[in-house]
Design a protein around this ligand. Structure first.
Ligand code: NAD
Length: 380
């Protein structure tokens, strides 16, 4: 006997059936902070829309087993605000948002949970556009797409694909900007550059540095990977607990956040820090401490925007063209040089100068999106 399969529910039907609850959490300085729950699907999540002056909020979904709801709230507030600044300073044409799902991505991530979260995103009608982040994979994005069109980075004909090469190119240009500021020339020939973390972005950065003629010191907790790249690029390796203390011209953090802190600052033996890792300063004040030590710092949310620029390009009217994010990532160099100059004139840290520049652009709506984003996956 043939059994006829029922067609999958449409987005509208799913919304009607959904048991998603959305509750507003008032937070000063944020446009919308929403607690999203669905008992049936085992979902507890928070969506934070920090600022949409320049465009809809764009930011990743982080799935992480936070110890408490308060921890998750603090993280999503910090991350969504960071997205606003990253997008504003690099004229991405989007606002800042982020979401967190409180769950262990290894054991608690089910299709029901992802679909329920996607339903909540759909209910916001495009105010928040979600993307990949820690604990959330491309396959998960494909699942979420069944519940909402407001998702980027899913595989399709006009998809932006892997952001890492774009982040790496922006980071390399940021390293060049540091060299220009320090030595009056962006040539890296013979300059000693130490790279922490040889993952998706770090390995690409090392490749660019090699071809630019830098003397490389590299490190990864995966020592086999470090040895393999060291052989390919004739680099020196250092153990993971030594790399931040390496004597070098430019230190390039491409692994973890919080690596610029009270313990590490006195130990640095570099002239500049310019890497892609997110949230490198443990606290804002550590930007001042670096300045006091005479170490030039390329603010992380400026130098690492290549991946965001790439994914945003997927929503252009004519679909994704890699030349646009390549061009914009290339100009991270100029943005950073401007930030170094503003910081010097105002006698403040480069981190403070970058924040002020982002706030200025938001205040005067510089780089505000003119055309609405187009979701090409829904046209397929
Ligand atoms: P990844 O996970 O691919 O690579 C991280 C690498 O760092 C891994 O090889 C890991 O073994 C290594 N590592 C971890 N701890 C280390 C330590 N203590 N010492 C040395 N190496 C260590 O990540 P990724 O995508 O390359 O991203 C790197 C950083 O850049 C992260 O902070 C990420 O948030 C940030 N970032 C990435 C992108 C992107 O496009 N992927 C965009 C913006 C920012």
């Amino acid at each position: 006997m043939t059994q006829l399969l029922a067609p999958p529910p449409t987005q509208k039907e799913r919304q009607k059936q959904a048991s998603v609850q959305i509750e507003k959490i008032p937070v000063k300085g944020y446009e919308q902070v929403l607690k999203v729950t669905d008992k049936k699907a085992g979902l507890t999540a928070i969506i934070a829309i920090h600022d949409t002056t320049l465009g809809p909020a764009l930011g990743g979904i982080r799935i992480y087993p936070y110890a408490s709801f308060q921890d998750a709230l603090e993280d999503v507030l910090r991350l969504s605000r960071g997205m606003t600044y990253k997008a504003a300073v690099n004229e991405v044409g989007f606002g800042g948002g982020k979401s967190v799902i409180i769950a262990d991505p290894k054991t608690e991530k089910t299709p029901e949970l992802l679909l329920s979260f996607g339903t909540a995103v759909e209910m916001l009608q495009g105010a928040y556009i979600c993307a990949e982040d820690v604990g959330f994979t491309l396959d998960d994005a494909r699942t979420v797409l069944q519940a909402t069109r407001y998702v980027v980075g899913t595989p399709h004909a006009k998809s932006s694909g892997d952001p890492a090469p774009f982040t790496a190119w922006g980071t390399f240009r940021g390293i060049q900007s540091a060299a220009k500021k320090l030595f009056g020339s962006d040539a890296l020939e013979g300059k000693v550059v130490a790279v922490q973390g040889l993952g998706s972005v770090g390995a690409h950065v090392v490749d660019h540095l090699f071809w630019a003629g830098a003397e490389l010191i590299i490190s990864d907790i995966d020592t086999a990977k470090a040895e393999q790249l060291a052989a390919r690029y004739h680099a020196r390796t250092l153990p993971a607990d030594q790399i931040l203390k390496a004597e070098c011209d430019i230190l390039v953090p491409c692994a973890l956040g919080g690596i610029i802190n009270d313990q590490t600052i006195p130990q640095f033996r570099c002239k500049a820090i310019a890497g892609c890792a997110n949230n490198q300063l443990l606290r804002d004040a550590h930007g001042n401490a670096l300045r006091d030590r005479g170490i030039l710092y390329a603010p992380d949310f400026v130098i690492n925007a290549g991946g965001l620029l790439n994914v945003a390009a997927e929503l252009e009217e004519n679909g994704y063209n890699p030349k646009l994010p390549r061009y914009k990532a290339h100009h991270i160099y100029d943005t950073l040089l401007a930030i170094y100059e503003i910081a010097e004139k105002n006698r403040e840290s480069t981190h403070a100068a970058a924040l002020a520049l982002a706030e200025y652009r938001i205040k005067y709506a510089i780089g505000k999106r003119v055309f609405p984003p187009i979701f090409h996956h829904s046209a397929e």
